[in-house]
Write a new protein. Sequence first.
Length: 251
Amino acid sequence: MTSLRAAIHFLTRIPIGFGRQSPTHLQHAVPWFPLVGALIGSIVGLIYVGLLQLLPSTVAAVLAVGFGIALTDAFRTDDLVNRANPFASGMAKEPQRGIFRDSRLGAYRTSALALLLLVEMAALATLSPWVAFTSVVAAHSIGRSAALSAAALSAKAAKKGLGIDYVSEISRLRSLFGIAAGSTIPVLLTGYVGFLLLAFAIPATVLVWIWSHRSVGGIAGDSLGAITQLSQTSVLLGAVVLNDGVCACSW
């Protein structure tokens, strides 16, 4: 279970230690990412359902999404806004490799972050309590499974970097384990709707995959984060589409 604990330690701020055991190599922990995503989604979902007993759905959604960001230390959200910089720049491949964190393009980063959070909060507030819980668990799990799928099938964009290092060393067998786990959880939670939710993650994954290969020659760490976050948001939007009219919330 050291690999699972390493995944929790890497993806969240949950104070989980290793005791006398040494932390595992990160590539061994990667297949557990979808399961940790489901854990994160479960915490966010429970907070949302709990707050619904006291607050309007919009306020509960804002606080629940905010807690999720704090729980993950804005890990994948930061990757998405970094990905907005080269998208906005319109530069060729080589110049773009140095523009991911260009502060001069802060307006694009801020806009991408604001839009992302608004969509997630609005989608969550639209759903009934149980559907919201299952959807947010599915979204967090599918998002990480989508990133793992893209990583397993992609060329590297750089020779060094945290995301590149663990992607290059992960085995196909471990990747399949993580992908299977991230795909099974939504189906177990929602039945056949889970297959449809998985489909909603495909466009975002393909879009970022294509853009990453065109802009930086392959998948970088920020690319994986952007796939995770955009797929997660897409799944929540898909839940709204598939469950239109079920909201029993107070605005």
